[in-house]
Design a protein around this ligand. Structure first.
Ligand code: PXP
Length: 240
């Protein structure tokens, strides 16, 4: 089996929220992705509800048969919605109100006790946990100790580099981190800022399980349609 694709459909909701109506439908987007054979749908229920709404979460969970991965911050409000909705997996992310998108990885060291007890709580409810972290050895060690099953490495720094020496440096960090996380028994996912070109070297990460990709796929879909944009990315991942 190749590397799995989770499609982040937040930006379908961003477009819908721009007019406040019901178009474009995030349910239709999720169902199209499912038809294309992706592994999962990823959505981020932000504290400010700027794109995905609580109702989207419950409806998507109801309508899809593939995995639903809910990205969420350590916010009591969102945690209580997540416990009711019971997605298959949660990815715990840092969140700042003014940011355009998720900046940096989760500070697992400072929030260790809170994360550990939340992971345990979710485990009791049959929900798997993933921690969205920088490719950093100390953070990997603490992530493992929380009991989380997965880590998702933040590929944002890598995706922003333009100089080849800097790109190589960031890739090495990702490769080393994937090897260390795998050795610790964590399942390795990655994502953020990946597109149809820069994703290719990322596929060489050791035992890479799944990539979560949103912005580049939804952007391409404006011109090609969602099905074609998803299949094109899926083919790249399948080729490994
Ligand atoms: N993974 C996580 C944890 C994220 O927060 C995001 C952005 O919501 C993504 C993956 C997808 O990033 P992008 O939209 O840049 O592909």
């Amino acid at each position: 089996m190749g590397i799995l694709l989770g499609v982040n459909i937040d930006h379908v909701a961003t477009l819908r929220q721009a007019r406040g109506g019901s178009e474009p439908s995030v349910i239709d987007a999720a169902l199209i992705c499912e038809r294309c054979g992706v592994n999962g749908i990823t959505i981020h229920l932000r504290e400010d509800r700027r794109h995905i709404q609580d109702a989207d979460l419950f409806q998507i969970k109801e309508r899809i048969s593939i995995k639903l991965n809910l990205e969420m911050a350590l916010s009591d409000d969102v945690i209580s919605v997540a416990k009711k909705a019971k997605p298959h997996m949660v990815t715990i992310v840092p969140e700042k109100r003014m940011e355009v998108t998720t900046e940096g990885g989760l500070d697992v060291v400072s929030n260790f006790e809170k994360i550990k007890s939340l992971v345990e709580d979710f485990k009791q409810s049959g929900i798997a946990s993933s921690l969205f972290i920088e490719p950093d050895m100390k953070t990997i060690d603490f992530s493992h100790k929380t009991g989380a099953e997965y880590v998702e490495f933040h590929t944002g720094s890598y995706s922003l580099k333009t100089e080849s020496s800097e790109i190589d440096y960031e890739l090495k960090r990702l490769y080393d981190a994937a090897a260390a996380a795998t050795a610790a028994g964590l399942i390795v996912n990655a994502g953020h800022g990946l597109n149809y070109t820069n994703v290719i070297p990322v596929l060489k990460m050791e035992k890479l399980h799944e990539l979560n990709i949103g912005h580049s796929i939804i952007s391409r879909s404006v011109f090609t349609g969602l099905e074609s944009a998803v299949i094109e990315m899926k083919n790249i991942l399948d080729r490994g």
